[in-house]
Design a protein around this ligand. Structure first.
Ligand code: FE2
Length: 609
């Protein structure tokens, strides 16, 4: 009989569940997609239900449940942190304690109650779960491992190696010294939401100059040659207060933190650039150290900081490793996968066999979530009185490619939902990358968000090196590379003199919608075996236009999780200026749909976000 292990990550941020059958990940989903609460940290009851359903099993069929961290270690950290800063952090402390005492110390009982079965509950250590999520699904038999995080129990950073089914930790850096919390502190300081707006800081960085680097390195972080570091806690407030930085940071960075939603100035761009520079430098130094200590040619990474694709690009380009594999759900959601696989390999002592070619990983292109069959789509369309036409697998790609080539924006909902923060061609909004208007159009009319943020290209794997300085797989959109020099457009003298965000409107290349202000792009390479229908769509677009890539952004609006159900997708379609929606094999055009009356109310609600 097959062995089923349920992995769970919960109660910090981004709760998730996954199901592993005999070592194979067969389902995984984040709770936020079901509850529609972004980064939902509650017990992932609906994600668990989905995983069991997908596996065709009931709670009694589970061999064990693996939880991604050890609540008692985290409790100890909270307690000791409080004792070292009391009475400064009393309010924060009681807030945390109330939650802990209610929920977190009773996790085994809580899991058994939620699942409705007296199942064995096993606990992984937070960073072991991240390391396991990075190494076990990777295509490498042996590799160096780096985990870079905000904070787990005590550990914030770790390095080590994996070999076969074994994982070894060689060194750790402990709370409060944390690269993730440093980045979150600057996210807060530049007026974005910590634990969620980090990628905005990364997107803002190229507009700035690194003029705060010396001050940050001299005062805020003591970064050693080997990549180890200590933060100077006088600049931070997360031990005791509710703000992330202290008044010393205001003094160091020429003024107070930007208030959310107030205009961005050059100072925030310069701070973002400086913070990004320091983070990349730390990542690079750590990569060199772990390479020197282990001698392995390949590197696996996980932890929230591993979502910093600009930093990953730098590690690949300037670092010592031949290949890098990053867990697509690098944040805490992916801990569910790490915990479950740790139980399978380490607790149950199973052997690990990787793809002999060393290319295929164990994440199934991270398409591990729910899907809807055409019968369900047809039923949904009928029920909602929507208007759509079905196409065969052969005809669908060309039909949609035509729509894209006309400069229209398409909501693409096809196959199983992605696990992890990126949309990769299952729940994506797509556009034509050759259009110079596309970035502004998609940002303002569809995503309702700050216009400085670039979009990512999904490009046929075999064409990536014709457009970008990259000839490697990047299936999870976690690598950044430069647009080829020949495709870059040189700026005129007037354009060069533009400042900060004004530079946005200057086309940077022949694929302007996906080229950032510094000529970089966040790339997803698409192979047919990973996602046949998405591949065929881009291929059809290529045959029509000569362009083997499309603009890909997640199917949601600002502040909302990626769409999960048919209804989520249809509502998002109707609430925005999207032109066309693909639900499975059905194509729906906006002009054919019945009137949508909720719009005004919804826009208002959105403006408050
Ligand atoms: Fe974590």
């Amino acid at each position: 009989m097959a062995t089923h292990i349920l992995g769970i990550s919960a109660f910090y941020h981004d709760s998730a569940a996954c199901l592993v059958r005999d070592g194979e990940i067969i389902a995984a989903a984040q709770e936020e997609r079901f509850t529609r609460i972004k980064h939902d940290a509650a017990f992932p009851a609906q994600a668990v239900r989905f995983c069991l359903q997908q596996g065709g099993i009931g709670p009694a069929d589970l061999a064990s449940v693996a939880f991604y961290d050890k609540p008692l270690l985290t409790f100890e950290r909270l307690l000791e942190t409080q004792l070292s800063t009391a009475p400064l952090g009393l309010r924060q402390f009681w807030k945390s304690m109330a939650v802990w005492l209610k929920k977190k110390l009773w996790i085994p009982q809580l899991i058994q109650k939620e699942i409705g079965h007296d199942v064995q509950v096993l606990f992984g250590e937070h960073h072991e779960s991240h390391a396991a999520s990075a190494f076990y699904p990777s295509p490498f038999q042996e590799a160096a491992i780096l985990t870079l995080d905000g904070v787990g129990e005590w550990t914030t950073t770790s390095f080590g190696y994996g070999s076969g089914a074994e994982i070894h930790t060689l060194a750790e850096i402990k709370f409060p010294h944390s690269l993730g919390l440093l980045y979150s502190a600057f996210t807060y300081f530049t007026g974005f939401k910590p634990n969620s707006g980090e990628y905005k800081v990364m997107g803002l960085a190229p507009y700035g100059e690194p003029r705060y680097v010396d001050r940050i390195l001299g005062e805020v972080i003591d970064l050693k040659e080997d990549g180890s570091f200590r933060l100077n806690m006088k600049y931070f407030n997360y031990l005791s207060g509710l703000a992330m930085t202290s008044r010393h940071m205001d003094k160091l960075l020429d003024g107070p933190a930007r208030k959310p939603e107030t205009p961005l100035t050059q100072r925030e761009m310069d701070i973002a650039r400086s913070c990004q520079w320091v983070t990349e430098e730390a990542m690079l130094r750590m990569a060199r150290t772990v390479h020197a200590e282990t001698g392995y040619r390949n590197l696996c990474m996980a932890g929230g900081v591993a979502l910093n694709c600009v930093g990953n690009g730098r590690v690949l380009r300037d670092g010592p490793f031949e290949r890098i594999w990053i867990q697509p759900a690098a944040g805490d959601a992916g801990g569910a996968i790490g915990a479950a696989l740790s139980v399978w390999y380490r607790y149950n002592e199973n052997d690990r066999v990787v793809d002999p070619e060393g290319t295929k990983d164990g994440m199934s292109a991270t398409l591990l979530g729910p899907e809807y069959g055409d019968a369900e789509v047809a039923e949904y369309i009928k029920q909602t009185a929507a208007v759509g036409e079905p196409f065969s697998d052969q005809d669908l790609p060309l039909r949609v490619a035509h729509v894209l080539s006309e400069g229209k924006v398409v909501g693409w909902f096809h196959g199983r939902m992605e696990f992890g923060p990126r949309a990769l061609g299952a729940r994506s909004i797509l556009g034509d990358p050759r259009s110079s208007q596309m970035q502004a159009q998609m940002n303002l009319k569809i995503k309702f968000r700050e216009s400085f943020r670039p979009f990512a290209p999904s490009i046929l794997r075999e064409h990536v090196s014709e457009f970008f300085e990259l000839d490697a797989d990047s299936p999870y959109m976690l690598q950044v590379a430069q647009v080829k020099a020949g495709l870059q457009l040189v700026m005129s003298e007037t354009e060069k003199s533009l400042f900060g965000i004004d530079k946005l409107n200057v086309p940077r290349s022949s694929i302007p919608a996906v080229t950032h202000v510094d000529y970089s792009a966040r790339i997803q390479t698409v192979s047919r075996e990973d996602n046949p229908m998405y591949y065929d769509l881009i291929k059809a677009f290529h045959s029509l236009t000569g362009c083997p890539l499309v603009v890909n952004t997640s199917f949601n609006v600002r502040g909302e999780p990626i769409v999960n159900t048919l209804d989520d997708a249809y509502r998002c379609f109707m609430r925005t200026e999207m032109d066309c929606l693909v639900l499975g094999n059905y194509v729906l055009f906006k002009q054919d749909q019945p009137n949508w009356e909720e719009e005004g109310k919804w826009q208002e609600q959105f403006a408050l976000d």
